[in-house]
Design a protein around this ligand. Structure first.
Ligand code: SF4
Length: 395
């Protein structure tokens, strides 16, 4: 049994009077019944399918999720099917959705569900919390929607609605604010149809109580909204101050050999953890090509010669401004293992399609192929005078 995670913030006094509960719970449920969007995961009672939707919807828009959810379910139709699939297949099914740690955790959790619960998701938020990737939100969502437990949820939409309804102060991320929001959500979810009520709160936040220009005139609980009464709707909740994305530069080895390229699987932790790529090392913005090649040589454990600089691919991630520099290289001995990576493989572009690669790395691969690196006699893009880089230790 995994160690149990902490489930509750410090106990708070019951924050919602029975009158206020009645004024919010019923009207929000009725509004939801009349206005909910017809989404595919709302037509199923399958806990696995509901869990999958909740994981995909974290950090991804509904419209983007729908086709991914349908394809993923068709490919892995049950917890057991997911648990028995190789991780590479799962990552490949996730391709394009980003935040791949979600897919890795989904896979690990599926295996634990098979081992510990006979392939059936446990029905309580407390037990779900013991599984990889299940935080308080996901546990509450699955327990309430799939199993009807009166378990609370707080996501960005719910936090905004509750902040306005109850005039909760504090910036997103503030511990006291978060504890207050969870206490409010816990009190409000008590009552009939907890899963629908949680979805009503989220739906209301997504479509009516929106971040910008909320539709207060259409709001079913406007009379009970403190922020509306006091004219504070625009100022609650205060915007979170976001740090600027960190610039990250990676040098990628494009190493053609008889119709194949060298691919590497990254370590499980960190950015793109567990995914496949053209072997990459971190460099600085002004790292000379020869030095970047030397670092690649070290990572791959073999001497490399830089043949050409092919291209740079930029990609904006939520927290990173990524630049991938493609270096066409060749080496003496072809490695099949390297300590910097989990695995190395020589693959044709067709074989590489089955590997789990991030969208950024896929773009880099497309760019490399666009330079004709696998076409015999293709001229290098920008000749690099055949400089040789010896593998070096600790650089
Ligand atoms: Fe949100 Fe406006 Fe309704 Fe208040 S009245 S809950 S701010 S939509």
């Amino acid at each position: 049994m995994s160690p149990r995670k902490r489930t509750e913030p410090a106990a708070l006094p019951a924050p919602v009077s029975p009158e206020r509960h009645a004024a919010l719970h019923g009207p929000l449920l009725s509004w939801y019944d009349r206005n909910k969007r017809d989404l595919p995961w709302r037509r199923t009672r399958d806990p696995y399918a509901i869990w999958l939707s909740e994981v995909m919807l974290q950090q991804t828009q509904v419209a983007t999720v729908i086709p991914y959810w349908e394809r993923f379910l068709a490919r892995f139709p049950s917890v057991k099917a997911l648990a028995s699939a190789p991780l590479d297949d799962v990552l490949s099914g996730w391709k394009g959705l980003g935040y791949y740690s979600r897919a890795r955790n989904l896979h690990r959790a599926a295996r634990e569900v098979v081992e510990r619960f006979g392939g059936k998701l446990p029905a309580t938020a407390e037990e779900l919390l013991t599984l990889p990737g299940f935080g308080r939100y996901t546990s509450g969502a699955v327990a309430s929607i799939a199993f009807g437990e009166q378990a609370p949820i707080v996501d960005g939409n719910v936090a905004r609605v509750l902040s306005r309804l109850f005039e909760v102060e504090g910036v997103p991320g503030d511990r006291e604010r978060e504890a207050t929001l969870w206490a409010l959500a816990s009190a409000l979810v008590k009552g009939e149809r907890p899963g629908d009520f949680n979805q009503a709160l989220m739906e209301h936040g997504a479509t009516v109580c929106r971040p910008e220009s909320p539709l207060c005139l259409l709001c079913p609980v406007r009379d009970g909204c403190f922020a509306y009464r006091k004219g504070r709707v625009e100022e609650l909740p205060p915007a979170k101050v976001r740090a600027a994305p960190r610039k990250l530069f990676l040098a990628l080895a494009v190493w053609p050999h008889e119709g194949t390229l060298l691919f590497a699987r990254r370590a499980d932790k960190g950015l793109f953890g567990g995914l496949w790529e053209l072997p990459a090392v971190e460099v600085e913005e002004d790292t000379p090509e020869a030095e970047a090649t030397a670092r690649l040589a070290t990572a791959l454990g073999t001497a490399l010669t830089l043949e050409a600089t092919l291209d740079s691919v930029r990609r904006q991630l939520t927290h990173r401004d990524l630049t991938l520099r493609l270096l066409r290289v060749r080496g003496g001995s072809r490695p099949t293992r390297a300590s910097a990576f989990q695995e190395l493989r020589w693959c044709t572009p067709q074989e590489a399609e089955a590997l789990g690669m991030s969208t950024a790395m896929q773009r880099a691969l497309d760019a490399a192929l666009g330079h004709g690196v696998l076409e015999s006699g293709a001229p290098p893009a920008k000749k690099a005078a055949g400089r040789s880089a010896r593998k070096t230790a600790g650089r």
